[in-house]
Design a protein around this ligand. Sequence first.
Ligand code: GDP
Ligand code: MN
Length: 417
Amino acid sequence: MSGVRSGSGRARTVADQALGYDAWVRLQEADAKSLLVAQGLPVPDFAVAHSVEDARAAAERFFSGGAQRVVIKAQVLVGGRGKAGGVRLAASPAEAEAVAGDILGMDIKGNTVRKVLVGPGADIVTEYYLAALVDRAERRILVMGSAEGGIEIESVAATNPAAIVRLHADPTLGLIDFQARQVAFAIGLGDHLKAAVGIAKGLVATMRAYDADLVEINPLAVVRESGPDGATVERLVCLDAKVTLDDSALHRHPELEALRDPDEEAPEDREAREAGLTFIKLDGTIGCMVNGAGLAMTTMDLVKRAGGEPANFLDIGGGARADKVAHAMRLILADPEVNAILVNIFGGITRGDEVARGLIEARSQQVRDVPMVVRIVGTNAAEAAELLQAARFVTADSLDEAAAKAVAAASAHGTPA
Ligand code: GDP
Ligand code: MN
């Protein structure tokens, strides 16, 4: 099954999506940090700026609050911002403005930076790694920690896996104190035991509070700060935060829906979600409009067997009315690779004549001439057939026939350059 990139930035397969698994909402660092703050975790102060002026104003506030430097960080949903030049320090408001100007609009791994996080610059002593994630095989939350935190953690995991400690939280009790202490000592945070224990437990609490799939702090850092009497003190803080939420559990947290970043979601993903359609773009040329995930999978299989490649997985759902059908058609046609469309509807609670009306409406508004093959069976199939015949649609009685006709139409239509 082909893997596709979704708006949430993580590879998903069609089967995953069809079954409702493995859909994540990845949060921007600033939003992730807000959730950590709400759970009582130590996070340095921060502000989000969409313009150089706002970045400068925020920097001025932190400088007047006593900061020696400010940090400016690109807010994009990819890792490795530091290495890409998306995390920089500035020593004055003017420099902050210039740095923000460099970072805003920058391209990091294909993502345009539209906003930055501004905060007091940390004086880092040591960087650690600490994360909580769902371990599906164990059906528990896995806590991972390492003394080798920072931007090289991926290579640590690959070359020196022993440098990462792993421990499972209790399904009912969460991370128990002795486990949190065990992690803290194992990664060398014995000097900051109380804070480390609080943070480790807090990550697991955050997972449970928001049905997160991952809560990752890298780096978790010991930073040097000047205390009230001017003496230097060391403190443990969450310097970076990455949180992904389980899409399927979002209905339990309506307030988090707003954290889905529209800037980062592929336009077709957003449109489909808002229209109540399950749509996944694939690499082929035959657009498929189907009702029901199982029938959609079958249709894709038959298209492949007939020698074609599906351009998408699209489930219009049960009981879809004409406007939803028209919407689905617009989504399919928005993909320039599509050069034939196969509509396969089994009328149960979905009425065939409603679908036919939607197709006729969609065709009247269609900007691009693409051949279409329609198969509608079940509820009101006869009415549908009449409507489609009057509108001169190409129809098919069996699925094999529909697939063969669509593949033939696609090759006759040619592959667009
Ligand atoms: P990532 O590269 O996308 O993971 O972004 P991070 O927020 O983790 O930043 C990358 C690196 O920049 C960190 O590992 C730190 O070494 C450094 N960094 C981030 N914030 C600060 C800061 O406030 N002060 C200093 N001195 N370095 C920072
Ligand atoms: Mn990081």
